[in-house]
Design a protein around this ligand. Structure first.
Ligand SMILES: Cc1ncc(COP(=O)(O)O)c(C=O)c1O
Length: 391
């Protein structure tokens, strides 16, 4: 089933011996090399000084941009390192200028933070938010999307994979439409980076946001924004500091020409280096192999859960990734999560407020979210399915 040496990747992952971790869509278990990178750096800072160490490690810190860019087929100048995927996404979205009547096209499964931002901008400017219908299998309907395009559409903004299910949206088909129409395309790839091979040129997005801690298996508290080089100079960040811009005269500043114009001066070098180590590790394991194994493991989990009496699997999508969502008759999602936790099985809960348009349309208040990674084993899935069956 896999080109991945499972024994090796599990040996590299200290946490996987103590817990069945099916919360990789929340925050994955990092490989030891990521943990060591972060801890060693922080320890060094305490010994020689934060600024002094950063000076010594300038080259290593610059290399993080190359590592991140490599994971999505971008170039290093197109990457801004941020403290979360949401901050990355916000920097892109809020830097755009919307006016009354401008249209923002999005998808039913859009993430809450993004939708709240649309609502705020709509309230401030009179821009309109329009949700593109789904196909019968649940992904954004690209035919419907194309029919909605006109010269008032200012932005197409969707998620690649939603927070609340296994669905994979046809990001590249959406990119083709955006390109043909000359419309800016923002892709929330928070759940897909690290899970599958991504190439920003194949997808055709102008802006992409992602995090370190989920399928990339990096540390928490760091994420990144990709901005296509041809867009960088046209998109003046909503806020600037002395790293994003240079104060060149008492009454004048000049904004940087690379994607770092979206960053702030202060950051955590330790976390950034941890993200770099995580990108290296993912690349070494191989993103094609990672994707194949995640998709197979998730399919096994869905099939196994679906035959348990009382269990309903909720995932949509023609193509499905590593997020498996379900409910158990007679038990709340919280009860299922807590029961699994007593057996050292980690899952999480997706509630209606995290993806309200989709959840309300399906009449779902809360669902259990079990998300697999390549280091999980078939035996762990059996354990989880058995534990659900015994509820
Ligand atoms: C689809 C999606 N987008 C964005 C985010 C936000 O990521 P972060 O918490 O790093 O800001 C999440 C987090 O769960 C997510 O699932």
């Amino acid at each position: 089933m896999s080109d991945i040496d499972i024994a090796t990747v599990r040996r590299d992952t200290p946490g996987c011996h103590d817990v069945v971790h099916l919360n990789n869509a929340g925050s994955s278990l990092p490989p030891g090399v990521v943990v060591d990178t972060v801890l060693n750096y922080i320890q060094q800072e305490s010994l020689i000084g934060g600024y002094e160490l950063a000076d010594q490690r300038v080259e290593d810190l610059a290399a993080v941009y190359r590592s991140v860019a490599g994971v999505i087929g971008a170039s290093e100048d197109e990457i801004a390192l941020m403290d979360s995927a949401t901050r990355a996404w916000d920097m892109a979205f809020y830097s755009m200028r919307f006016s009354y009547g401008d249209r923002i096209l999005t998808t039913t499964s859009e993430y809450a933070a993004n939708f709240i931002a649309y609502l705020q901008v709509a309230k401030r400017t009179g821009a309109r938010i329009e949700v593109v219908p789904d196909t019968p299998t649940g992904e954004i309907d690209v035919v419907a999307l194309e029919a909605m395009i006109d010269d008032r559409v200012k932005l197409i903004s969707i998620n690649h994979m939603p927070t609340n299910g296994g669905l994979v949206n046809p990001a590249a088909e959406v990119g083709e439409i955006a390109r043909r129409a000359g419309i800016t395309y923002l892709l929330d790839a928070c759940q897909s980076v690290g899970q599958m091979p991504i190439d920003v040129d194949e997808i055709g997005c102008d802006l992409l946001s992602a995090t370190s801690r989920k399928f990339l298996r990096g540390p928490r508290g760091v994420g990144f924004l990709y901005v296509r080089d041809t867009m960088i100079e046209d998109l003046e960040p909503i806020s600037l500091d002395l790293h994003a811009a240079m104060w060149v005269a008492a009454d004048h500043y000049v904004v940087r020409r690379d994607a770092k114009r979206f960053e702030t001066w202060e950051s955590s070098p330790a976390l950034r280096l941890g993200l770099g180590a995580a990108c290296h590790y993912a690349t070494k394991v191989g993103l094609d192999a990672i994707w194949n194994r995640i998709a197979s493991l998730a399919a096994i989990l869905r099939t196994g859960l679906a035959v348990v009496p009382g269990v309903t699997v909720h995932d949509k999508g023609r193509v499905q990734g590593g997020i498996v969502t379900f409910g158990v008759a007679g038990h709340s999602a919280r009860e299922v999560k807590d029961a699994l936790a007593t057996r050292n099985i980690n899952v999480s809960i997706s509630s209606a407020s995290s993806a309200r348009i989709d959840m309300e349309a399906r009449g779902l208040e809360e669902i259990v979210r079990a998300s697999v990674h390549y280091f999980n084993t078939e035996a762990e899935l059996d354990t989880a399915i058995g534990a659900v069956a015994r509820m």
